[in-house]
Design a protein around this ligand. Structure first.
Ligand code: ASP
Ligand code: MG
Length: 454
């Protein structure tokens, strides 16, 4: 018997059909003898809708939220009615949902009166999506004969008070999980826990940041000593590349933690490294699976078991980036110019995706998200004003219409020739490479090319 933690994302909770699929997956896994701890996202679109409603109310608008909340209520009622046929059970579920919607209306009304939505209040409003969806899934499971209970993670995950991006306190969380969830699991029950949310030590609701349900799955799974964490989504697993760009893109059977981290970093829509850290720390296997294709094994992500030399797993593209360059013959041997440049970039609140410097030390360049490029450029010119004046630095400029292409695979390590083949393939198509960098993990090679060549 194993303990499997399953996290279901927004599309996996997005309709009665999806929720009944999720319930069937949980029920089947339990029938095969395993324990299942489920962690759920809100129905897709709910979190965005809730935050919008709160912001509108905070302008003093006392009526718009009533319309939107009525639509949300109708959507949940519709799903409830399709999921639960027993009239007593359905009445109980609708009462529970309505109690939450009534609280939500009262809360939005108070925002409208106060004309204010603090991060703390926004977290409170945003928490309703997961609280509603957890109740729908638990009720569906009960309807198909599984003893399931919806649990608000505010009773389990203890966080700091950094509202909207709170960090878990693992020791206290672990104690709660051991005291509350483990007895339930050991009694044969299926706990259905809200993703995304937690609470401070004083019981004030917090959220773990947008998309935070993966993080919740990893936190709760780690605290429950789970054997595996399965992330259920609406695709079969992690792909070799974007299928919209390459029709021959395939689902990867396996990836290492390092490879998935590299992929996430370079823009592939997979697990954010921070969110799975609690699981990675413990070496627990992760799977990405499809709620709507439950027999597909998905992608297995685990510590590096063996590196197959030469194996490249995936190729990603990061768009909407600018390439910034700092050039000057007078920079050679002058310490601190790169350091000050990067500090200026940090002050402009821009995060650097890739850096490259030629050993001649006469220029270096780096890639930033486009929306921060202008601010970064201004900050650098200001910081290096004296050097520019003295012509130690000749030019600071940005190039647009470029993309980063990253080739990911632990097999690049210790394997001469992979880079040569990558560049050979580009040369074969006469594609000009603007910048090259290899991560020191040697798990990826990144290059910048013109967007038109992406
Ligand atoms: N519902 C939350 C969001 O949309 C968390 C999640 O779905 O992971 O950000
Ligand atoms: Mg998500």
């Amino acid at each position: 018997m194993a303990l499997i933690t399953m996290k279901f994302g927004g599309t996996s909770m997005g309709s009665a059909d999806a929720i009944s699929q999720a319930a069937a997956i949980i029920s089947n896994q339990r029938e095969s003898g395993d324990q299942v701890l489920a962690v759920v996202s809100a129905m897709n679109g709910m979190t965005d809708g809730l935050l919008r409603v709160a912001r509108t109310a905070a302008t003093g608008d006392r009526s718009t939220h009533l319309v939107t909340i009525a639509e949300m209520r109708a959507r949940h009622h519709l799903a409830a009615t399709a999921l639960v046929s027993d009239s007593m059970a359905l009445a109980g579920l609708l009462t529970a949902l309505d109690a939450l919607f009534d609280d939500l209306i009262a809360l939005c009304h108070s925002l409208a009166v106060l004309r204010e939505a603090t991060p703390r209040a926004l977290d409170q409003v945003a928490s309703f999506g997961e609280r509603l969806s957890a109740r729908l899934l638990a009720a569906r499971l009960c309807a198909i004969g599984v003893t399931a209970t919806a649990i608000d993670a505010t009773d389990l995950i203890v966080t700091d008070d950094n509202f909207q991006d709170a960090s878990p306190q693992m020791d206290e969380t672990r104690a709660n999980v051991q005291a509350i969830l483990m007895p339930m699991l050991n009694n044969g029950q299926a706990p259905i826990v809200t993703g995304f949310i937690g609470a401070t030590r004083n019981g004030i609701t917090t959220t773990l940041g947008r998309g935070g349900s993966d993080f919740s799955g990893a936190i709760l799974g780690a605290a429950a000593d789970t054997d595996e964490l399965w992330i259920y989504t609406d695709v079969d697993g992690v792909m070799t590349t974007d299928p919209r760009l390459a029709p021959d893109a395939r689902v990867l059977a396996t990836l290492s933690y390092a490879e998935v981290g590299e992929l996430a970093y370079f823009g592939a829509k997979v697990l954010h490294p921070k969110t799975v850290q609690p699981i990675v720390d413990r070496g627990v296997p992760l799977r990405v699976r499809n709620t709507f294709n439950p027999t597909h094994p998905g992608t297995l992500i685990q510590p590096e078991i063996e590196i197959v030399p030469g194996v490249v797993k995936a190729v990603t593209i990061v768009k909407d980036v600018h390439l910034l360059s700092v050039e000057g013959r007078g920079m050679m041997g002058v310490p601190g110019i790169a350091g000050r440049t990067f500090m200026a970039v940090a002050r402009a609140n821009a995060s650097i995706l890739m850096i490259s410097q030629a050993s001649s030390e006469q220029s270096f360049c780096f890639v930033l998200p486009s929306n921060r490029a202008e601010a970064a450029l201004t900050a650098i010119k200001h910081e290096l004003a004296a050097e520019i004046e003295r012509h130690n630095v000749d030019r600071v400029y940005a190039q647009t219409d470029v993309v980063i292409v990253t080739v990911v695979g632990a097999g690049i390590r210790n394997q001469p020739g992979v880079a040569a083949r990558v560049f050979g393939a580009l040369a074969g198509r006469a594609i000009n490479v603007l910048v090259i960098a290899q991560g020191s993990s040697e798990c990826s090679i990144s290059l910048v090319v013109a967007e038109s060549e992406a």
